[in-house]
Design a protein around this ligand. Structure first.
Ligand SMILES: *[C@@H]1O[C@H](CO)[C@@H](O)[C@H](O)[C@H]1NC(C)=O
Ligand SMILES: *[C@@H]1O[C@H](CO)[C@@H](O)[C@H](O)[C@H]1NC(C)=O
Ligand SMILES: *[C@@H]1O[C@H](CO)[C@@H](O)[C@H](O)[C@H]1NC(C)=O
Ligand SMILES: *[C@@H]1O[C@H](CO)[C@@H](O)[C@H](O)[C@H]1NC(C)=O
Ligand SMILES: *[C@@H]1O[C@H](CO)[C@@H](O)[C@H](O)[C@H]1NC(C)=O
Ligand SMILES: *[C@@H]1O[C@H](CO)[C@@H](O)[C@H](O)[C@H]1NC(C)=O
Ligand SMILES: *[C@@H]1O[C@H](CO)[C@@H](O)[C@H](O)[C@H]1NC(C)=O
Ligand SMILES: *[C@@H]1O[C@H](CO)[C@@H](O)[C@H](O)[C@H]1NC(C)=O
Ligand SMILES: *[C@@H]1O[C@H](CO)[C@@H](O)[C@H](O)[C@H]1NC(C)=O
Ligand SMILES: *[C@@H]1O[C@H](CO)[C@@H](O)[C@H](O)[C@H]1NC(C)=O
Length: 774
């Protein structure tokens, strides 16, 4: 054993100079020395066993039970150097010889002040219901009945009985979670309540809360969690939406104007540009095998992309920690740390084997690295705008045995650097610091990790999820209703609930249908896009053959979740489809754009919100290009000769197409000749003017192609998870819907009015509602 480790040290010195590929090679040769293998024929009654690396030293065996059951006493065992799996130990330390699948249970409500509950049991099997009621004079809050689910969590929310009469100098009854007892039943300012959980459960959140001057309880709500239970991705996503997304909304310039933050009890950071430094700490210790690490990496990328979609200036610091800490991305390397694409690329390149055999878990060293970085930034406060930069620390760990000093010590020093006291149990006031901890798997030391996470009023910062795959799901599904004011945000996928709503509006919330009794009822006539709460952008030909301001009778705009009346129509003054009639061109669509003003404001929601228009301040923010020009927006969106874009087909699905620009444009436009049926002396350039973007065809891609009723809809691009409209769908060479074609034909082309060419007109009419670039 000692020879082996001496050999390792020798080689690991040279490892510093070799490339990652050689490291891989090295770890294989190490295994060739023929260590004793653990048995791979283990069983668990009523379940399955899997092995991460086929019983080699260090591999992990995992027990799986059917839903509603959990492996007892542990779900994972590690293969030791002696060829034996780690012992099966009860929490008491006693050894057991065989694992088993036990029934999942929910902890019962043990205490409900001023109310009754039944049955009165400490634990409830899956499927059982516990019911609650209040004494007279008290009003009921929460769920009157709660069911115990397969995951060992209750449905509904904690019951609370609150006094009808409510003294002005009191906090509200903070409630008692299932499995907990509370001491303290006075809620005057300064009064304290403390919680403890029944035997075998961990108390997460704040164990002690004080009624503060502002009549809020200090810290975060406590809850009791059994070792085998985890947070479900949906509950984590919901809690994160109320916390992390809340932070982002407070920082985002849009919400500053709108007082959104008040619901989060946070005050604004008054800064011209909102800044956030995000420190991500990834556990790469021995118990995290390659497959788990890949999942953790993917989850982290999902998180980085999610954060990047907000209008906040972000810099990332990404660390991998085992016994030692390795910088993957340093925040001080601003070229990379400020560009999420680079951060992701660098993270993708990170070699899982970088830590060699130094595979302990030293969270202290990781936090110390963060502390040193923050300390460095604090030395040049003004330049780094230190006291207007929010710091978010995100720890992802499976929490196996910890080596090194206590991680709290490093956090305390970070708090000191930011000017916060290290003795307070409540961190609601720490506007510049949020510490989120994601414990993954059942080995996490819940008490220690809970103590690291921030305790803020009404928020949650500590989560325990079952595996790294679920962590990715969590990060992907964080949504925040508070960020609805920003342009060009849509969900990529929709949840089943949203699917049941029968609408896909969540994935294209700017898209609207225009209807009027003057138009055929059975067919879609025209569509459009929400560009502000008062304006919809569409095609001029929806309203007639020439420039008109006539509003069709009973013009309605149907958006996701409702409809409003159209009150005014402004078509482009140069629009005249009959202009070339005398020269045998029956239809001509230059300047085919119109704006419709709505009678009522469109209420913003996840199903109805504006798309970003180029050359606006909001688009600059969404592109993270502060002070950029309109030309730079075009460069960002339309610089490639073949640019991938989307439109909405039959008001339902996103269809992908490609815009052909620069040297690719002539071949695309050429097909427009097919629609000139009579002899004419009109040139192609006159017919398809510079104001059109051309898409479609089958040259390199089988493009989606529009149907007749798709007119007026948006042609848009996605950048950094945000959506930008570049064109208005005007006309096409072939109406694929009539001839039942699903995809493009070689001759099929769509022509869209290029919004960049119509900026003066857009600015003239929308300038009051939308801030355009100068
Ligand atoms: C352990 O397993 C590896 C790979 O399966 C094999 O090469 C090695 O010979 C085994 N060692 C022993 C002692 O059986
Ligand atoms: C055990 O494995 C089988 C097949 O691999 C699978 O169908 C079954 O669901 C598994 N059972 C459990 C409890 O994981
Ligand atoms: C709880 O279970 C009862 C009966 O089994 C059922 O009627 C009720 O809908 C369930 N409630 C929830 C919230 O699932
Ligand atoms: C925002 O909040 C402040 C203080 O709460 C209030 O004075 C102001 O009127 C609010 N502004 C808007 C636009 O609601
Ligand atoms: C991680 O993401 C990449 C790219 O999306 C995918 O190819 C890979 O399969 C994912 N890995 C895991 C372990 O899910
Ligand atoms: C920010 O830092 C400067 C010193 O550089 C200090 O004068 C100022 O009071 C600080 N502002 C806040 C809000 O802490
Ligand atoms: C087009 O319509 C606008 C507004 O109705 C009007 O001011 C303008 O004169 C019209 N232009 C033409 C060329 O008819
Ligand atoms: C944007 O321009 C303004 C005025 O020209 C300048 O004061 C500010 O520093 C610029 N911001 C950035 C991030 O370049
Ligand atoms: C229009 O078409 C007719 C035949 O349909 C032709 O005689 C005439 O010359 C054409 N006009 C122009 C301007 O090309
Ligand atoms: C095209 O034909 C029309 C009608 O015959 C004529 O008035 C016009 O001058 C011609 N234009 C060109 C560019 O040849």
């Amino acid at each position: 054993m000692s020879i082996k480790s001496a050999l390792w040290i020798l080689v690991s010195i040279t490892v510093l100079e070799v490339s990652p590929q050689e490291l891989d090679y090295y770890s294989e040769t190490y295994d060739d020395q023929g260590p004793l293998n653990c048995s791979t024929t283990e069983t668990i009654k009523g379940g399955n066993v899997t092995y991460s690396e086929g019983g080699l030293e260090g591999s992990v065996m995992t027990y799986h039970c059917n839903p509603g059951k959990f492996p007892y006493p542990v779900s994972d065992r590690i293969c030791g150097a002696d060829g034996e799996w780690s012992p099966l130990r009860l929490p008491s330390g006693r050894l057991v010889s065989r694992p088993s699948c036990k029934d999942m249970m929910c902890p019962g409500q043990l205490q409900l002040d001023n109310g009754d509950f039944w049955p009165r049991d400490q634990w409830f099997p899956v499927g059982m219901t516990q019911s609650f009621s209040c004494h007279s004079g008290f009003s009921f809050h929460g769920s009157e009945k709660r069911n115990c689910t397969l995951s060992g969590e209750w449905t509904g929310t904690t019951p609370i009985c609150r006094n009808h009469v409510f003294a002005a100098s009191e906090c509200r009854d903070p409630g008692i979670p299932p499995g907990a007892k509370r001491s303290g039943d006075r809620f005057q300012i300064g009064d304290k309540v403390t919680y403890r959980c029944q035997a075998g459960m961990h108390l997460l959140g704040s164990a002690e809360r004080v009624c503060l001057e502002n009549k809020e309880w200090s810290g975060s709500s406590p809850w009791c969690q059994a070792p085998q239970t985890f947070d479900t991705p949906s509950s984590v996503a919901a809690a994160m939406a109320g916390s992390l997304a809340g932070v982002m909304d407070v920082l985002s310039p849009d919400s500053k104007k709108k007082n959104v933050s008040r619901s989060f009890a946070r005050s604004f950071l008054v800064a011209e540009v909102s800044r956030m430094n995000v420190y991500i700490l990834l556990d790469t210790s021995g118990s995290i095998k390659k497959d788990k690490f890949e999942l953790a990496r993917n989850a982290t990328i999902a998180l980085i992309r999610k954060l990047d979609s907000y209008d906040v200036q972000l810099n990332f610091h990404v660390l991998s920690f085992a016994s030692e800490t390795i910088d993957i991305v340093s925040i001080l390397d601003t070229d990379i740390s400020g560009d999420s694409d680079w951060v992701i690329k660098t993270l993708m390149k990170f070699d899982y084997h970088s830590h060699g055999r130094k595979t302990g878990t030293n969270l202290y060293s990781a936090l110390e690295n963060v502390m040193n970085t923050i300390s460095f930034l604090s030395e040049n406060r003004n330049k780094n705008r230190f006291n207007e930069t929010q710091n978010i620390i995100i720890i992802e760990t499976d929490g196996y045995s910890n080596t090194g000093k206590k991680p709290e010590a490093a956090l305390d020093r970070i708090r000191s650097l930011l000017g916060y006291s290290t003795t307070q149990h409540d961190q609601t006031h720490e506007k510049l610091l949020d510490v989120y901890v994601f414990g993954v798997g059942e080995q996490v030391n819940k008490d220690e990790l809970n103590s690291l996470a921030s305790k803020k009023s009404g928020e949650r910062h500590f989560f325990v999820v079952e595996d790294f795959g679920l962590l990715g799901e969590v990060f992907n599904s964080i949504i925040s209703d508070k960020s609805v004011t920003m342009c060009g945000i849509a969900q990529e996928d929709i949840t089943e609930d949203q699917m049941l709503d029968g609408l896909k509006a969540y994935t294209r919330p700017w898209h609207v249908n225009l209807i009027s009794i003057e138009w055929p009822r059975d067919k879609l006539h025209c569509t459009g896009s929400i560009v502000s709460q008062n304006w919809v952008l569409t095609a001029a030909h929806c309203f007639g053959k020439v420039n008109t301001s006539r509003v069709p009778s009973q013009l309605k705009i149907q958006y996701g979740g409702g409809e409003v009346d159209g009150s005014r129509v402004i078509t482009h003054p140069d629009y005249n489809s009959l202009k070339l009639k005398g020269r045998n061109v029956s239809e001509f669509y230059d300047y085919d754009v119109a704006l419709v003003e709505t009678k009522q404001k469109i209420p913003l929601s996840w199903e109805a919100r504006p798309i970003c228009l180029p050359c606006t301040i909001a688009a600059s923010r969404a592109m993270k290009k502060i002070n950029s020009t309109c030309e730079q927006h075009r460069e960002e969106l339309l610089s490639q000769t073949v640019t991938t874009a989307f439109f909405i087909h039959k008001s339902r699905e996103r269809k992908q197409t490609h815009i052909h620009l620069k040297n690719q444009r002539p071949a695309c436009v050429e097909k427009a000749r097919l629609t000139l049926t009579k002899p004419t002396n009109v040139s192609l350039d006159e017919y398809v003017t510079e104001n059109f973007l051309c898409s479609g065809g089958t040259a390199n891609y089988q493009d989606g192609i529009s149907c007749k009723g798709d007119s007026g809809g948006s042609l848009y691009l996605q950048k950094r998870k945000r959506f930008f409209q570049v064109g208005v769908l005007s006309w096409g060479t072939i109406n694929v819907c009539e001839i039942q074609l699903k995809m493009s034909k070689a001759d099929a082309r769509d022509f869209h009015i290029d919004l960049f060419k119509l900026m003066p007109w857009l600015k003239q009419h929308l300038g009051k509602d939308i801030q355009f670039l100068p």
